[in-house]
Unconditional design. Structure first.
Length: 78
């Protein structure tokens, strides 16, 4: 079976994610939903996930890598 999501680059620790999920359960559910949508969509996808800090929006960036060129195909905030 081929991977759909090749790698996820994270700007958070496991502790930070657990705290985020506990304190912001609706935003955490939205984050999981967005990642799930990408997992069903494009093969060979790289995701960058940044949790929100100080009230900022969190961000998921989806990119593909072809011929050594990174192509950002979507950016979603949660």
């Amino acid at each position: 079976m081929r991977k759909i999501i090749v790698d996820i680059y994270k700007d958070y620790s496991i502790t930070e994610m657990a705290k985020f999920a506990k304190e912001h359960s609706l935003r955490y559910e939205n984050l999981c939903r967005i990642v799930g949508e990408f997992a069903l969509g494009v093969r060979h996808l790289y995701l960058g996930i940044v949790l929100p800090y100080s009230g900022d929006k969190g961000c998921i960036t989806a990119a593909t890598l072809k011929d050594s060129e990174i192509n950002i195909i979507d950016v979603r905030y949660f």
